[in-house]
Design a protein around this ligand. Structure first.
Ligand SMILES: CC(C)(COP(=O)(O)OP(=O)(O)OC[C@H]1O[C@@H](n2cnc3c(N)ncnc32)[C@H](O)[C@@H]1OP(=O)(O)O)[C@@H](O)C(=O)NCCC(=O)NCCS
Length: 153
């Protein structure tokens, strides 16, 4: 059974391993430490199989919005619903903190992640041209709102 918990310092080594196998430009260990210990707007969860970290995801709480910073699942645990579980936990947190919605950027070619976000109700809301410095790839901006858009002030 996979459990979701708040990320703590004991998880960081395993998180960095998953980060390195998941992204072309991975965050450093130092970035995760800063997120956990210094950024008071940051929230991170891990997915655990026993004590083993098998995925993680996080967001920044900016005014009344949540900006998803990253989400990844260890290669051998993908396609088992863990990504959805992490994303749903971020949505639950956002609702608990009374955010109006969650947003994220995803590479135009990353169809798997886009599928995941669409499954949870995220919709495409724009494009940032040449957002990724490594490949000059466009970013797709996605949003999921928790209150009707016509009620947003
Ligand atoms: C994106 C990622 C987090 C998905 O995690 P996951 O645990 O494998 O996803 P899930 O098993 O919960 O699947 C969720 C949905 O994603 C889509 N999906 C997952 N694997 C897929 C695949 N191989 N091909 C197409 N769609 C896929 C499906 O729509 C799936 O829903 P379904 O099972 O109801 O059909 C994982 O692939 C990953 O870590 N990728 C590398 C890092 C990354 O790209 N992060 C996102 C950055 S924006």
């Amino acid at each position: 059974m996979i459990k979701i918990e708040k990320m703590n310092k004991n998880h960081i080594n395993q998180v960095v391993e998953i980060e390195n196998e998941s992204f072309d430009i991975p965050w450093s260990r130092n970035s995760f430490e800063k997120e956990l210990f210094e950024n008071k707007f940051a929230y991170y969860f891990v997915a655990l199989d026993g004590k083993k970290v098998v995925g993680y995801g996080g967001l920044w709480h900016i005014v009344n919005e949540g900006h998803i910073t990253n989400i990844a699942v260890a290669k051998e645990y993908r396609n088992k619903g863990i990504g959805k579980l992490i994303l749903k936990s971020l949505c639950d947190l956002a609702i608990e903190l009374e955010m109006i919605g969650l947003t994220l950027e995803v590479r135009k070619t990353n169809k798997i992640a886009q599928n995941l976000y669409k499954k949870i109700g995220f919709k495409i809301d724009g494009i940032r041209r040449e957002y990724y410095s490594d490949t000059k790839e466009d970013a797709i901006i996605m949003w999921k709102y928790f209150i009707p858009e016509n009620e947003i002030e």
